[in-house]
Design a protein around this ligand. Structure first.
Ligand code: BGC
Length: 611
């Protein structure tokens, strides 16, 4: 306990004897009594007299030095590369966990790590708690053992907004239970070109579906009140036009007319603002030639001014220094710079430009007001630590059942002939293809690792596991059918390997030759072939669809492979419900397809509802 802190504590104790005796043992940040609210950890005693959010924030603003304010505006620290001491030294206001070493295999390792960071924040002069962020975008997908839902594109295919809400609620619980209070989700891009390696992160190319899904998602993450214990702050990203770049290039340029801006691109963000979303992340991309990190018109004027966004605008990765000088980013209206590296550069350059007047104190205070406001809304001044009561729920059976439902509802049946489906437990079944028995491949990017992984992860059920739940005798051959094979029904599970941003951009949306040959060979042996496509986007697989007896777009189902089996076996009378969230191309040259394109192989919204 520092000297200032010690003095403050003693003075407080004289005033609030009752509260402080409680505080000694439990050390909460805010001691609540009906007649008084008091921030423990604040250097300013008179803050104790204030009860309202506004008064508390103003109290802090008056007290904070410029360094402390810039610290709040800096998101830094990869917990695995630096010591928590940096929080104290630089007065950092938020941290992020993403790719790289994890705190350990157990939930308790994560809780200890992030609570240690939090404890360091509370030891700073003002004791302002940390925002602790993670890319929990389809479940708490960074923790091996959490339930992992289908990626958003599959969730969009369900058209089941209650389910999307419930999935986000579960994600919030598992995220809170592993030490976080902020997720960088949902992605509300409306992908327009299958070249883009992030198509699967968006719910749909359609603005209405995206809007309904994002409302459900925000409600799930943030609940009725962010201060409730099971909630976390959500982030709509990436503002604006990330899915509309020319050629579907990650971080490219999107040409957006004023009319398209108003009619297509802004309504989803307006809906997010109306839901009181905690934060919005700007994209790597440019709009009409201006990078979003510098887009003062779209951020300051439109988002904050016209749409009335009162939350926090955060940069994307290293965005405080990557696209231009820090002052340009802050003057564009961005509040927090995500600086897992070179935070010193960001902080010192920003400070110099505040001192010389290039960035106004008003702009800095606006940013800090929003950041402290989010912390207040989250209840962090009262209880900043991990909500440990949720730790035991991480990866629970109840949560997995919901994900399993999401999987079966997300599958889109594009073709169904010759009574190939549904399968019966008594059928002679063979399952082929490496995607069938690999939870890493079935989950795609942002699953355990940033770019995903090509091997199984703990506690997930593969598609083959799921099929064996219905037909224990089903054969499995990684490489394809063999002449002596008894099975007459073959489930061929094929598709893309995992990828995430940048690495996923591609002009080749075909199956590999090996996968195509495998299907051709099974057909030539007279088998009925049911193709299950695991992919983060619509692929150019026209010939394979023609060859197959049944064809299912399965997207990236996540940890619950049993949901795929529910679909294949029509478990408990299940009937297909999934509808295409994007138009499906016949060939690559036809891209990008307009939503109502007449040359689509399958139009947006297509999906058979019986086998
Ligand atoms: C991605 C964001 C993500 C951030 C933090 C960036 O590269 O574009 O979507 O939230 O990294 O991991």
């Amino acid at each position: 306990m520092t000297k200032v802190k010690h003095l403050l504590y003693s003075s407080l104790c004289l005033i609030l004897i009752q509260a402080c005796s409680l505080q000694k043992t439990t050390a909460p940040i805010l001691v609540e009594r009906p007649d008084v609210q008091c921030i423990w950890g604040s250097a300013k005693l008179d803050i104790c007299e204030y009860a309202s959010k506004e008064a508390i924030i103003n109290g802090f603003l008056k007290e904070m030095t410029l360094d402390e304010k810039i610290g709040q505006m800096t998101q830094s620290v990869w917990h695995n590369s630096v010591s928590p001491e940096i929080i104290k030294d630089r007065m950092i206001g938020s941290i992020i966990h993403t790719e790289g070493l994890t705190p350990g295999p157990k939930v308790s390792d994560w809780v200890t790590t992030f609570d240690t960071f939090q404890a360091h924040a509370l030891k700073t002069r003002l004791g302002i708690p940390l925002l602790i962020a993670v890319d929990a975008i389809h479940g708490q997908n960074t923790f091996e053992g959490a339930v992992i839902f289908p990626h958003n594109l599959g969730m969009g295919a369900t058209r089941n907004y209650d389910l999307i809400r419930r999935a986000a609620e579960i994600t919030a619980i598992e995220t809170a239970g592993t030490g976080f209070n902020w997720t960088f989700s949902p992605v509300i891009a409306m992908p327009e070109h299958e070249h883009w390696g992030r198509v699967y992160e968006g719910f749909s190319e359609d603005a209405n579906i995206t809007t309904k899904a994002l409302i459900a998602s925000i409600q799930g993450y943030q609940g009725a009140d962010l201060a409730h214990r099971h909630t976390i702050a959500a982030t709509a990203k990436h503002y604006l036009g990330d899915g509309a770049t020319i050629g579907g290039v990650e971080g490219g340029n999107a040409i957006i007319s004023e009319q398209a801006l108003r009619e297509r691109f802004l309504p989803p963000y307006q809906a997010a603002v109306d839901q009181d979303i905690g934060s919005i992340m700007v994209g790597f991309n440019s709009v009409n030639g201006i990078n979003m990190h510098q887009h003062e018109y779209l951020v300051q004027n439109v988002l904050k001014g016209q749409l009335g966004f009162n939350g926090v605008v955060v940069t994307d990765w290293l965005g405080g220094t990557r696209w231009g000088e820090p002052y340009t980013v802050i003057n564009a209206g961005i509040d927090i710079a995500m600086q897992p590296a070179n935070h010193d550069e960001f902080m010192s350059k920003l400070k110099a430009t505040v001192i010389d007047g290039t960035v106004s104190m008003e702009r800095i205070n606006d940013a800090v007001t929003r950041i402290l406001g989010l912390k207040f809304n989250l209840g962090l001044f009262k209880d900043p630590f991990t909500k440990k009561e949720f730790s035991a729920l991480v990866g629970s059976t109840v949560h997995r059942e919901v994900a399993r439902q999401a999987v079966r509802e997300s599958l889109v049946l594009l073709k169904s002939e010759a009574n190939a489906l549904p399968l019966k437990s008594t059928d002679k079944i063979a399952v082929v293809g490496e995607h069938a028995n690999n939870s890493g491949l079935q989950s795609g990017g942002w699953s355990i690792h940033w770019q995903g992984q090509k091997h199984n992860y703990a506690t997930a059920t593969t598609i083959l596991d799921g099929i064996h739940g219905f037909a224990p005798e089903a054969e499995y051959h990684t490489m394809g059918c063999t002449p002596g094979m008894q099975a007459n029904k073959v489930v061929a599970v094929v598709g893309e390997l995992p990828y995430a941003e940048f690495m996923g951009d591609s002009t080749n949306l075909n199956l590999t030759e090996t996968q195509q040959n495998m299907i051709t060979q099974c057909k030539s042996l007279g088998k009925q072939v049911i193709v299950l496509l695991i992919s983060g986007r619509a692929m150019t697989v026209t010939d394979t669809i023609k060859q197959s007896d049944a064809f299912i777009a399965a997207w990236l189902p996540g940890s619950e492979g049993a949901g795929v089996a529910d679909f294949l076996f029509a478990a408990n009378g299940f009937k297909p419900v999934g509808k295409l969230p994007t138009s499906w191309p016949e060939k690559y040259e036809d891209l990008p397809l307009a939503p109502d394109a007449e040359n689509a192989l399958y139009p947006f919204g297509y999906g058979l509802n019986k086998y």
